[in-house]
Design a protein. Structure first.
Length: 331
């Protein structure tokens, strides 16, 4: 709540109030995990030391780093808490004791998926989901899958794992759109070729198109890769209500997407085991849409009660993405 711009900004503290309200509306007994500041070592797995140091020097200041991205007097500590909170969620998901949770939700501000190794941008300071994925790889998991359904492509997350086959980055996003990345043929490089999966969708994408993309691309890749951990970069700005984008999703769509991913992770885990899934808040700038979409997504993570949605597996852009995935993953 202390990360705030002196003038109106769409990435505002009220977003966190809406997110908390969403969780209170879901009938789940939560184990609360306190955030703590990410260490230099944790940040340094995905960010350069020079970049971390440059942000540290901004503590107590108030300024814009670019036309979109601001810092206030307490923004740097808040951003460290956000990244550290994502790390703490991952540690709880891999806890050894009986009854340890296998689903997690991290309500984080500022968001993170645009933050690059050496650059803050797109409302983001540190890349929370990338810090969490790298931490999981260092301590817990052989393979991590990041699914990013934010309406904007997560250019920072993609770059950080571009050549890394131990982390798959899969994104569905409006295209062409900010930040201008995420083309279909951007599939990674070197040992990481094929481990970046982009599903660029034209403005006006409906629930049926997203379901088609999940059924033909995202879920098959998940089954093929068999990750030890799934992290969802969960933006809710693909909502039809959102003022910053042009997609047409309703709240039940986010529930269906979360449910399909959680179910697939449980199938990969096998038997009575539940797959480990952590949802990390990214964008979403209409407060009503954010609250309703997040509540639906959380219900999808923890139960089979999320509403069904139409399907369209024959959308041209979905078909193109499916062909690319079939070629690279031999689905």
């Amino acid at each position: 709540m202390k990360h705030a711009s002196p003038a109106y900004h769409p990435e505002r503290p009220e977003r966190l109030l809406a997110a908390r309200s969403a969780l209170s509306a879901v009938d789940v007994s939560w184990e609360r995990v306190a955030a703590r500041s990410a260490t230099d070592d944790e940040l340094g797995r995905v960010h350069s030391a020079a970049f971390v140091d440059s942000l540290e020097k901004l503590r107590g200041r108030e300024m814009h780093l670019d036309p979109d991205t601001y810092v206030g007097p307490e923004s740097i500590e808040t951003a460290r808490l956000a990244a550290g909170g994502a790390v703490e969620m991952v540690d709880r998901l891999f806890a050894k004791e009986d009854g340890a949770p296998r689903r997690g939700v991290a309500l984080l501000r500022p968001p993170g998926h645009h933050a690059r190794r050496d650059q803050a941008m797109g409302f983001c300071l540190f890349n929370n989901v990338a810090v969490a994925a790298a931490h999981a790889r260092a301590h817990h998991a052989e393979r991590v899958l990041v699914v990013d359904w934010d309406v904007h492509h997560g250019n920072g997350t993609e770059e950080m794992f571009w050549r890394d086959p131990s982390v798959v980055y899969a994104s569905l996003h409006q295209y062409p759109f900010y930040p201008g990345t995420g083309a279909l043929r951007d599939v990674g490089d070197g040992d990481g070729r094929g481990f970046t999966v982009n599903v660029p969708l034209s403005a006006g994408g409906t629930s049926a198109v997203y379901r088609g993309a999940f059924e033909r691309v995202i879920v098959p890749v998940l089954h093929s890769y068999k990750p030890d951990l799934l992290l969802i970069s969960a933006g809710f700005d693909a909502s039809a209500r959102d003022p910053l984008a042009e997609m047409e999703l309703d709240a039940p769509s986010f529930g269906w997407m979360a449910r399909s991913l959680a179910r697939a992770m449980d199938e990969v885990a096998g038997g009575a085991n539940r797959g480990r899934v952590g949802l990390v808040l990214e964008g979403g700038y209409d407060l009503v849409a954010l609250e309703a979409g997040l509540a639906s997504a959380v219900r999808g993570l923890v139960s089979d009660e999320a509403d069904d949605i139409p399907r369209n597996v024959d959308d041209v852009e979905v078909c193109r993405a499916a062909k690319m995935a079939e070629k690279l993953w031999k689905l």
